[in-house]
Design a protein around this ligand. Structure first.
Ligand SMILES: NC(=O)c1ccc[n+]([C@@H]2O[C@H](COP(=O)([O-])OP(=O)(O)OC[C@H]3O[C@@H](n4cnc5c(N)ncnc54)[C@H](OP(=O)(O)O)[C@@H]3O)[C@@H](O)[C@H]2O)c1
Length: 238
């Protein structure tokens, strides 16, 4: 990862904040993206202090196309290029389908599907000119398996798998890799606002998720780890 420019979207979240220090430790230049500027700036300061990292914070709401465009322009103005994009912003609304309000569905689709699409599309366009790049889309196991209470969430995540695979097909000839991550439950702030009763002590850790992303990013140049499926032993979908 030495001197690679990595954009982490959702950098202040559970997975993002476990991943960014590993990238910094390995010499990556970091573009940290989320909405909360205070959390982002504090994170940048910590990474600079702890790892002597080169990192910038770009507050962005990825549900807004123009903000994503602005973020990519700023990242390239600062570091000259983008080598890796890790899309790990997202949220979950888990409740019975007949209790899903229109605004719940809008949030799931705007953030988990459209926001992820915008960042993948706009960053991939910037990568295409250099004919190199790697996009990691953190989907979750509910992007390929159904679960009661997850109708809106699954709609967004199945959609994210669909567009990611199509983009991967188109991007291959430009030397751009795409890896999809199907994690099972991960103990992170994601669950703080979820009303569904879950046992967080049996979930994966954010460390496990970050290690899986580092594994995909460190694969041999000619290897393409297309999909990684990692779930907790206690709760397996096949
Ligand atoms: N945790 C799990 O069990 C689990 C399992 C499988 C897959 N996943 C997926 O993994 C991803 C990350 O999960 P996590 O556990 O790390 O979640 P998390 O701890 O809740 O973090 C979410 C991150 O997304 C950012 N974010 C939210 N809305 C945003 C927006 N509109 N624009 C830009 N950034 C936004 C948040 O920062 P701000 O609020 O400051 O914007 C935060 O940095 C999600 O896509 C989730 O669906 C999670």
């Amino acid at each position: 990862m030495q001197n690679k420019v990595v954009v982490v979207v959702g950098a202040t979240g559970g997975i993002g904040s476990a991943l960014a220090p590993k990238l910094a430790e390995n010499g990556a230049k970091l573009v940290l993206v989320a909405r909360d500027i205070h959390k982002l700036e504090e994170f940048v300061n910590n990474l600079e202090d702890d790892y002597d990292a080169k990192a910038i914070a770009i507050p962005t709401d990825i549900t807004k196309y123009e903000q994503v465009e602005g973020m990519v322009q700023k990242a390239i103005a600062e570091f000259g290029q983008i080598d890796v994009l890790v899309n790990t912003a997202g949220a979950g609304i888990l409740k019975q389908f007949n209790r899903i309000e229109p605004q719940d569905l809008d949030l799931m689709l705007d953030l988990n599907l459209k926001g992820n699409f915008y960042t993948s599309q706009i960053v991939a366009n910037a990568m295409k000119e250099r004919k190199v790049g790697h996009i990691c889309n953190v989907i979750g196991i509910l992007g390929k398996h159904s679960m009661a209470m997850a109708s809106a969430y699954c709609a967004s995540k199945f959609g994210a798998v669909g567009f990611s695979k199509c983009m991967a097909d188109e991007l291959r000839r430009f030397g751009i890799k795409m890896t999809l991550f199907y994690f099972g439950g991960i103990d992170s702030p994601f669950w703080d606002d979820v009303s569904l009763k879950v046992d967080r002590s049996k979930m994966l850790t954010t460390e496990t998720a970050a290690n899986a992303i580092m594994f995909a990013l460190s694969a041999d140049p000619q290897a393409v780890p297309m999909e990684l499926n990692i779930q907790p032993e206690s709760h397996l979908f096949f």
